[in-house]
Design a protein around this ligand. Structure first.
Ligand code: FES
Ligand code: FES
Length: 186
């Protein structure tokens, strides 16, 4: 069947079987391989993309269900040569090692920022009637809100620091200082 998908602002007409997941449509039919296939069944978050501004595991949704929606993948976050602030922050704070989980982590972080702006609470929000503001978002909130994205390299400190940098919390999580301190070199 034919399906028209709007991805990163461009329309693509695909002829695919109804059973094709959005992740496979992106990677196998369109060559958009930024979104990664980690587990392929909703457990790792490596395939996270944005659909109408909401984060979605693209391995768990069918491509044919996304007609008429705005899909944004990691390839669509930058503006020309200018990286998205979240992408810049991941670089600045060593928010990755092998990089396999990183596209999903970045898309999830972009969505996290919008969710907080909309007043969404999380499982660790102390007062459900008082959603946190971006500037005061705690480390526990950031970790909880990114808990659907696993990193096998355990670059979590840098990932949290990247989000902290984007929301203007300074200094970000002192990754380098912690590493030095844990190695007993200070
Ligand atoms: S590949 Fe989709 S959640 Fe792991
Ligand atoms: S950077 Fe390697 S899995 Fe996250």
């Amino acid at each position: 069947m034919n399906v028209t998908l709007t991805i990163n602002g461009e329309q693509h007409i695909l002829t695919i079987e109804p059973r094709v997941t959005l992740l496979d449509a992106l990677r196998e039919y369109l060559g958009l391989v930024g979104s990664k296939k980690g587990c392929d069944h909703g457990q790792c978050g490596a395939c996270t993309v944005l659909i109408d501004g909401q984060r979605v595991y693209s391995c768990l949704t069918l491509a044919v269900m996304q007609e008429g929606k705005e899909i944004v993948t990691v390839e669509g976050l930058a503006t020309g040569d200018t990286l998205h602030p979240v992408q810049e922050a991941f670089i600045d704070n060593d928010g990755f090692q092998c990089g396999y989980c990183t596209p999903g982590q970045i898309c999830a972080s972009v969505a996290l920022l919008e969710e907080v702006k909309r007043g969404c609470v999380s499982a660790v929000t102390p007062d459900l009637h008082s959603p946190p503001q971006l500037a005061e978002l705690s480390e526990a909130e950031i970790k909880e809100r990114l808990s659907g994205n696993l990193c096998r390299c355990s670059a979590y400190n840098g990932i949290v620091a990247a989000v902290q940098q984007v929301i203007g919390q300074k200094p970000p999580y002192p990754v380098a200082a912690v590493m030095v301190s844990e190695s007993g070199n200070n």
